[in-house]
Design a protein around this ligand. Structure first.
Ligand code: GP9
Ligand code: MN
Length: 427
């Protein structure tokens, strides 16, 4: 029902935060790259194996003088994994408690997603990915989101040696996307979804150039080898960005979509972190993923603001000088004034700068201490919990009820799926 929208609007208005003068519009009109680092966790940043950095290029980028890097940024996905991450990044709507919203609702629902918003500001928009178009129902969902182009595996030259695991190797993806990229009118919004650093972390012999871990857990040990390969791929793409001049007139966002090593691998995680054992607090920390924003005119630093994937779109829109206060978005600008710094997980647990609540236990986010809450703390935790529960359930209501079809933000033209066709001409 259209009236269901009222409680959503009310909640969003109540929790509205404001962009900062310093960052609003700072990157107006620039190209945007969203580089999706598959299964890439924050712990990899500056992590060493036998004294050797796993991801030297990404480490450099993390500390670059023009990169703002977040070190308290969490993935918030559930069963929909990559698709949940995409849903959050493009819409600032949560994935669903079960299944994948892209699969179940991507073909029918009305969305007011990043590509449509940016298209209407004069951007061209494209996704580059080396898997078949139907995976996660991308081919239909991207139409609902208003992507002009989707360069899926059908757009790339195929060779047996180009593939490993799920699909095209990341180095090939970056290299062979360049001709398409160069035809995109600027400014563009381009998302590149990598793939090689995906479970089971397979790599062909010629590309193995890093030692495996030695935790004894065969699911975990090769993770750093494919992460190293992903890092090399990114390094090669950086070379292109520098040579072509795109590094200068683009905002480059790097993010990790979700864990590569699930919480079922406690002993291996303990070894990785050099601990005797890990508790739920350690595991929550282990769910951190990178989020970095690079642009030539930014003063680089590590930003300790707490946030998650739901917050990326408001942050990015504000950098581009686009206000989101007339949109239904559940996240908050992490560079804005007083972001609420509550990071809901899909199961209703959460992290804030003070509290990390996992299951029935509340930990001190700074020390990891299991807190015996006094009355005042209990009240704070209850208030946060109420926010988290409403946030998640109202977002779900938007998706289950297809509520955006009743919402007509001023200046936004509804997307017509029929306007898009991703089939290559010669296929
Ligand atoms: C497939 C890829 C993997 O195209 O994006 O999705 P995941 O298994 O990580 O959800
Ligand atoms: Mn993924």
């Amino acid at each position: 029902k259209a009236s269901d929208l009222n409680s959503v609007k009310k909640f969003i208005n109540q929790h509205q935060t404001y962009p900062s003068v310093k960052y609003f519009g700072k990157e107006k009109g620039k190209n945007v790259f969203i580089i999706h680092l598959e299964s890439f966790q924050q712990f990899l940043i500056n992590y060493k194996v036998n004294g050797q950095e796993v991801t030297p290029n990404i480490n450099k980028f993390y500390s670059d003088q023009h990169t703002i890097s977040f070190d308290n940024f969490y993935h918030q996905v559930a069963q929909g994994k990559t698709s949940d991450a995409e849903m959050m990044l493009e819409n600032s709507l949560y994935g669903l408690p079960q299944g994948s919203a892209m699969v179940t609702y991507g073909s029918q629902n009305t969305f007011q997603a990043a590509p449509a918003i940016l298209d209407q500001k004069g951007y061209s928009t494209a996704v580059f990915h080396g898997d078949v178009p139907s995976f996660w129902n991308r081919d239909n969902t991207y139409k609902s989101w208003g992507y002009q182009y989707f360069f899926d595996s059908n757009y790339y030259k195929k060779k047996a040696s180009y593939n490993v695991g799920y699909g095209m190797k990341d180095k090939i993806l970056f290299r062979d996307s360049i001709p398409y990229l160069e035809k995109l009118p600027q400014p563009f919004y381009a998302k590149m979804i990598t793939l090689t650093n995906h479970y089971p972390y397979e790599l062909d012999k010629q590309n193995v150039s890093f030692p495996a871990l030695k935790t004894g857990d065969s699911t975990v040990d090769p993770y750093v080898q494919t992460a190293h390969y992903l890092d090399q791929s990114f390094g090669e793409f950086e070379d292109y960005l520098n040579k072509s001049g795109l590094m200068k007139n683009s905002v480059i966002v790097l993010y990790g979509d979700h864990y590569g090593i699930s919480n079922n691998h406690r002993p291996a995680i303990a070894k990785l972190l050099n601990k005797k054992s890990v508790n739920n607090y350690d595991l929550a920390n282990f769910q951190k993923v990178p989020f970095m924003i690079h642009a030539d005119n930014l003063d680089g630093h590590v930003d300790h603001t707490y946030g998650g994937e739901i917050d990326v779109l408001p942050t990015l829109l504000h950098l581009l000088g686009i206000k989101n206060n007339n949109m239904i978005q559940f996240g908050h600008d992490l560079l804005g004034n007083n972001p609420n710094q509550i990071v809901p997980f899909r199961d209703g647990d959460f992290v804030t700068p003070q509290y990390t609540k996992i299951g029935g236990t509340v930990y001190d986010s700074k020390t990891g201490q299991d807190l015996k809450l006094n009355k005042e703390q209990q009240q704070q935790v209850d208030d946060i919990q109420n926010y988290v529960t409403s946030d998640l359930s109202l977002s779900d209501r938007v998706i289950y009820g297809d509520l955006l079809r009743f919402y007509h933000p001023k200046g936004f033209k509804p997307v017509n799926r029929k306007d898009y066709n991703y089939k290559p001409k010669n296929a």
